[in-house]
Design a binder for this molecule. Structure first.
Ligand SMILES: *[C@@H]1O[C@H](CO)[C@@H](O)[C@H](O)[C@H]1NC(C)=O
Length: 485
């Protein structure tokens, strides 16, 4: 079989690079004629993300090319982390273009000394959903480009739907969403009508929509295919909802971070000593944090519920940190008096939590989550039901989908949003109710989640739906007909 190399171009945003690496590992595990080169772009001012990507080193058939971190001063004008990531990608276009050019013309990559990569034809670019300018590079050199969509199939559907409404039917999407008099929208990729309150800011903020997201979406339609981190059994409805202007969509998930059991981690040792399904995990993602008044409500709810718990509690970012939360030197600054003493035997409060390993432990029985897509896939994989508390990005919509469309999660909030200055504090009563429901051993959702756990594991096995879809994708990449159109 002809040997092929693929270039992967992940976004520098947290979570995206990790998923791209998992996708690369999946490819080479099953397809021995493929090698992969990952082009690693870094986000200035993001030490955690850079720490992660710096740790990536060559594997047998996966090679990493690390670009140096750019000067943060170049990106002073970027209003959000998303815009910064976008600008960083655009500034890397020339260097990536010349890398592809040298790969095409002398077949050796940029100074690559790797025999195994030398003799492989460059078969495709696999670019992150936020790296669509790289489609130009693929087109210029006649290399097919596939988009790797790290969110879910329903969200891909709403992006495509809104782009069509705006481009073909002259709707102004931010206006439509903000001024919606109906209170809800019908969107083909969601089975239930979508309440305006869960429509993410990227659709109603004219800058985000018109300068970033509609541009990405238009270009998805030019891609050779769209790879999505989901599986058919979970998102059957959404995967069947795309219009005929959509390129082939390949659900290949769930792609998850591998467990890295670290038996020395204090919290994992503690977890080992707790009864099955007795511990509640509260964890809110890399950018999740709360103001002091909200922290107190959570603390009261945890204490009143009486459940064991592991709580990842982080300090809201200062101005200089530009969007990334920090750690408390002393949790007593924000927790109610005596909380830590009273709950000492029952729970742990800490900054960073090894989320995957905690979810993997049988002692974990429920998860209050921000509903980032990675976290949802992980919770299903380990069969731990979620209580939804979305914070940023498109998490409100994912929470809505999990609760209303899929019946796979308990609701604490669907529309909480970090950027909403007028947001209401979620009361201790509401939180406690959600905790009790998600920890209830007999709740119907727990049974549904167990079933989905089995389906998610089936999907990626040989003969499973995602495995079949991955094989189809590799076949399509191998086809010479993927060239020249
Ligand atoms: C706890 O769960 C594990 C794994 O599912 C199982 O083997 C074990 O029997 C359970 N223990 C109890 C006390 O139910």
């Amino acid at each position: 079989m002809e040997k092929l190399e693929l270039f992967f171009i992940p976004s520098p945003l947290m979570g995206h690079a990790g998923q791209a690496v998992e996708l690369a590992i999946l490819f080479i595990k099953h397809f021995h004629h493929l090698t992969i080169t990952v082009l690693v772009v870094k986000l200035p001012g993001d030490p955690i993300g850079t720490g992660y990507t710096d740790s990536l080193t060559d594997d047998n058939r996966i090679k990493f090319i690390h670009f140096p971190v750019m000067d943060p001063d170049l990106f002073q004008d970027c209003p959000t982390i998303g815009f910064r990531a976008d600008a960083v990608i655009n500034r890397h276009k020339p260097v990536i273009r010349s890398l592809v050019a040298s790969r095409i013309f002398d077949g050796s990559g940029s100074g690559s000394d790797r025999e195994s990569h030398h003799h492989h034809r460059l078969g495709a670019l696999v670019i992150d959903m936020f790296c669509t300018p790289m489609i130009d590079v693929g087109n210029e050199f006649n290399v097919p480009t596939y988009v790797f969509f790290t969110s879910n199939a329903a969200f891909l559907g709403i992006m495509l739907h809104f782009q069509t409404l705006q481009d073909d039917q002259d709707e102004d999407i931010p206006h439509l969403v903000l001024g919606g008099s109906m209170g809800e929208l019908t969107v083909p990729s969601y089975a239930s009508p979508v309440p305006l309150g869960v429509v993410p800011v990227l659709f109603w903020d004219p800058d985000q929509w018109n300068k970033r997201f509609i541009r990405y979406t238009r270009r998805y339609r030019e891609a050779k295919g769209i790879i999505v981190n989901t599986f058919r059994e979970l998102e059957h409805h959404a995967l069947g909802s795309y219009d005929d202007q959509t390129p082939p969509v390949y659900p290949v998930g769930p792609l998850l971070k591998p467990e890295k059991p670290n038996p020395n981690h204090e919290v994992l040792q503690w977890l080992k000593r707790q009864p099955n399904a007795s511990v509640l995990l509260l964890c809110f993602g890399s950018r999740g944090c709360f103001e002091a008044d909200q922290v107190r409500e959570i603390a009261v709810a945890i204490e009143r519920s009486g459940y064991r718990f592991i709580w990842s509690l982080r300090r809201p970012p200062s101005e200089e940190q530009k969007g990334f939360p920090g750690e408390y030197a002393d949790y007593n600054e924000v927790l109610p008096d005596g909380f830590l003493e009273r709950t000492a035997g029952k729970g742990k409060v800490l900054g960073w939590v090894p989320q995957t390993e905690v979810l993997a432990d049988v002692a974990t029985g429920g998860f209050v989550s921000h509903c980032g897509w990675n976290s949802i896939l992980e919770s299903l994989w380990y069969g731990v039901p979620v209580a939804t508390w979305p914070i940023y990005a498109e998490q409100q919509l994912d929470a809505f989908q999990m609760v209303k469309d899929l019946g796979l999660a308990v609701e604490i909030s669907l529309d909480y949003n970090q950027i909403d200055k007028n947001r209401k504090v979620v009361s201790a009563e509401e939180i406690e109710k959600g905790i009790r429901e998600v920890m209830d051993g007999n709740c119907a959702i727990r049974a549904e989640v167990k079933e989905m756990r089995a389906k998610s594991r089936m999907a990626v096995k040989e003969g499973g739906s995602s495995f079949a879809s991955l094989s189809r994708l590799v076949d399509d990449i191998m086809q010479p007909s993927s060239w020249n159109n």
